[in-house]
Every structure is written in C-alpha cells, then in structure tokens.
Design a binder for this molecule. Structure first.
Ligand SMILES: NC(=O)c1ccc[n+]([C@@H]2O[C@H](COP(=O)([O-])OP(=O)(O)OC[C@H]3O[C@@H](n4cnc5c(N)ncnc54)[C@H](OP(=O)(O)O)[C@@H]3O)[C@@H](O)[C@H]2O)c1
Length: 277
C-alpha cells in the first residue's frame, strides 16, 4: 500500500489526508479498529473527549512511536471556558498517554461562551507545546469569520460534515481561501450514500466500491477524510485510494448529485448574515 499523502497546515506540520474516525466505538472494538488501521498504514487518528474512547486509543498508541501518528482530539462545547479547556485537554493527554496533540479542535461552537476566552486558552496550550495545531469543527462561514478575528493562532482546520450527498461548496471555498484545511467528518454519510445510483454506477466502472468512490471524490475537493470502520476489509478499502484516479467527468457527475442530505450536521444558513470576504 502506498504511503498516505499529506496536506500542509499553516504551522508547516503535515496532516495525512486519510484518518481513522473513532466516533461511537469504544472498548475492545475501538482498540481493534485503531490497531488494525495503524497496522494497515494509517498514520492519523481522530478522537474527541466526547467519544469516551481516548483511554483505549491510548493503549494502542503505546504500541507505536508517538511521532508516527497524527493525533487529533476535541474539546466539548460545554467545556470552552478558559480553565475548562485546560482541564479537558489535560484529561485527554492523560488518557491518550501523550504529552501533546497534533491537532485540538473546538468540537462544536457554543454561542454562550466567549470565543475569545476559548482561543486565549488554546493559544496558551499551543505556546506550552501541549497542542501543535488549533482548529474548529462544525463552524459555519459566519462563525469562522468571528473565530478568525479573535484567534491569534492560525485556525488550521475546520472539521465538517462533507460527502457527496452534502457538498458544502461555499464553506469549502471559504476555508481554503483562508488556509483552513477542511476535514470531512462522516465522509460515508454513515453508509446512507451507498444506495446512490450515480456512486454505484461509477464504482462499477472503476471496479471499486461506492465507499471508495465517495472518499476519492472528497479527496478531489482537497479535503481530509476520516472514515470510521470496525472491519479490516473496509479499513483496507478506505486507504486504497492513491493508485487510481477519478476522471474529471465522474467528479462532475458526483458534484451534480447535489442532494444536501446531512446525517448529523444542523444546517446553518450563512446567507442570512451576509458573509464578509
Ligand atoms: N466533528 C464532528 O462533529 C464529527 C461528527 C461525525 C463524525 N466525525 C468524525 O468522522 C468519523 C467518521 O464519521 P462516522 O463514524 O459518523 O461515519 P462514516 O465514517 O461516514 O460511516 C461509518 C459507517 O460506514 C461503514 N463503513 C466504513 N467503511 C466502509 C466501507 N469501505 N464499505 C462499507 N461500509 C463501510 C462502517 O461500518 P463498518 O464498521 O462495518 O465498516 C460504519 O457503519 C467519526 O468516526 C469521527 O471521527 C466527527
């Protein structure tokens, strides 16, 4: 299997464009999933304090060189006050058995807590070397404009729901214009998009699976994908994406599916606010 390509973050760090998602798996299942992923050549793991599986992931990471894995965790929206950020971060580091995270994300925006206060904490954690890169998740363009104003550290990533049934072209364009790497959460729409006739037709042509076509399309949008799987066969498929290409015509056919069907994201209508450039 080829090595997974990377994208550069504003810090100069490299983020592998495929990461192992870990939402909603715990105990032995998450250990097995992450262990298999790392054995197959994944070098990027995505977790969160809210997933309640960091201790199990830490056990698996202990079997590897820490520097070989790009590790992301997230702070819950209820823990965005200054001291709470540190409490959450220290708990995550402790459970994951590491002295630093490669990336730490605000899991969801929380309008009841000052973003400036949260970023003050994230900046200090960054200065102290506890987190190498700072990012957000589930932020709209409107929320990002404010985050960019109050953050003194670059916002390296916005992790958002993104897949062929939920193509958020304007948000992607906004992020990329401001050097914010887009990460695709739920890139398989939690299996819902496997019934899509266009994806199935293209999959037949390339002798790939609909999952691989969906992931490949998302990579073509210069996003990082974070598929989750408990199956070794699926984990293998989800990283076997670099020795073949999707034709531009097929990318365009998938663009045109245009269903705007989200599996977890609450839609925020940016247009009602008017987005400054
Ligand atoms: N920031 C956020 O708020 C947020 C929200 C959602 C997700 N995420 C991140 O994104 C990750 C992925 O999202 P997700 O877990 O919600 O869903 P997903 O990755 O879109 O879908 C996971 C489902 O797809 C199946 N699957 C995976 N690969 C497959 C393949 N090649 N063929 C057939 N089925 C396949 C899995 O079943 P098997 O186990 O049987 O393979 C599982 O049921 C999460 O784990 C998390 O890390 C973040």
């Amino acid at each position: 299997m080829d090595e997974v390509p990377t994208q550069s973050l504003p810090s100069g760090d490299e983020i592998p464009v495929v990461g192992a998602g870990t939402w909603d798996i715990g105990g032995d299942a998450v250990k097995e999933s992450v262990r298999t992923a790392l054995d197959l050549g994944y070098t990027h793991v995505d977790t969160a304090e809210g997933y309640q599986n960091e201790a199990e992931i830490g056990e698996v990471l202990a079997e590897h060189d820490r520097e070989d894995v790009f590790l992301t965790s997230k702070v819950l929206p209820s823990n965005l006050h200054y001291d709470d950020v540190f409490e959450s971060l220290e708990a995550s580091l402790d459970k994951l058995g590491t002295s630093y995270l490669d990336l730490y994300l605000i899991h969801w925006p929380n309008p009841a807590i000052s973003l400036r206060e949260t970023f003050d904490a994230l900046e200090r954690a960054h200065e102290e070397g506890l987190i190498r890169n700072v990012g957000v998740s589930n932020f709209s363009r409107y929320q990002l404009t404010f985050a960019r104003k109050v953050a003194d550290v670059p916002i390296a990533v916005n992790q958002i729901e993104l897949h062929p049934w939920y193509y958020r072209e304007e948000l992607i364009e906004y992020c990329q214009r401001h050097d914010i790497v887009v990460e695709a959460a739920a890139p398989l729409a939690r299996t819902e998009l496997f019934e899509d006739p266009v994806l199935n037709d293209i999959a037949d042509t390339y002798e790939k699976t609909p999952a691989q076509i969906a992931l490949k399309w998302t990579l073509r949008k210069d996003a990082v994908v974070l598929p989750k799987s408990s199956s070794a066969d699926h984990l293998r498929q989800n990283i076997d994406l670099f020795e073949w290409e999707l034709d531009d015509d097929d990318v365009a056919r998938i663009d045109d599916i245009d269903r705007m069907d989200n599996v977890y994201m609450i839609d925020v209508d940016d247009d009602i606010y008017g987005i400054p450039p």
